[in-house]
Design a protein around this ligand. Structure first.
Ligand code: HEM
Length: 140
């Protein structure tokens, strides 16, 4: 059972990360589109679908499967898991901000620059590198 849930966890992680890496890139392109243009409306649909159909469900499955693994594997006392949980909480916080920004774009009230989204784009990548090293190498 443990190995099957781990497989599910990794599948959900890949889906969550795919969305978290792509959504800020859509924001970068969306900044260039004129408000009310066809392009801008297309970006709104892409952002909403990516968030609702992929990112949100994938995050829920990642959390549920991850917590099961931590419980079933008796990992809750392991320091690497504490570090991992901290980074995953930051990632979940970033998810919350992305969700708010999708709503801002949908209402044509984005006030942030393209440069801002380019910088933000790097955050999920950095967190993912830290999370994977912690869970695979378990350095402490
Ligand atoms: C949401 C909270 C999460 C919890 C509670 C959690 C917990 C766990 C646990 C306990 C394991 C099993 C470790 C083992 O058997 O050695 C695991 C495996 C794994 N997790 Fe997570 N995880 C979470 C989120 C994430 C995220 C966000 C990522 C990547 C960005 C991730 C990547 C992985 C990978 C790649 C494995 C497989 C490691 C291996 O087989 O060596 N996890 N997770």
């Amino acid at each position: 059972m443990y190995e099957w849930i781990k497989a599910l966890h990794v599948i959900a992680v890949i889906s969550w990360m795919a969305g978290m890496l792509y959504l800020p890139r859509l924001f970068v392109y969306h900044c260039e589109a004129e408000v009310g243009s066809k392009q801008s409306e297309t970006f709104k649909v892409m952002e909403r679908r990516l968030l609702k159909a992929i990112i949100n469900p994938a995050m829920i499955v990642t959390w549920l499967a991850g917590l099961y693994l931590a419980w079933a594997g008796h990992w809750f006392a392991a320091p690497w898991l504490h570090g991992k949980l901290l980074l995953v909480l930051v990632l979940s916080g970033a998810h919350g901000f992305f969700s708010r920004w999708v709503k801002d774009f949908a209402a044509d009230r984005n006030a942030r620059s393209q440069k801002f989204y380019r910088i933000i784009n790097e955050i999920p990548t950095i967190l993912m590198i830290g999370i994977v090293i912690l869970v695979v190498v378990k350095p402490f």
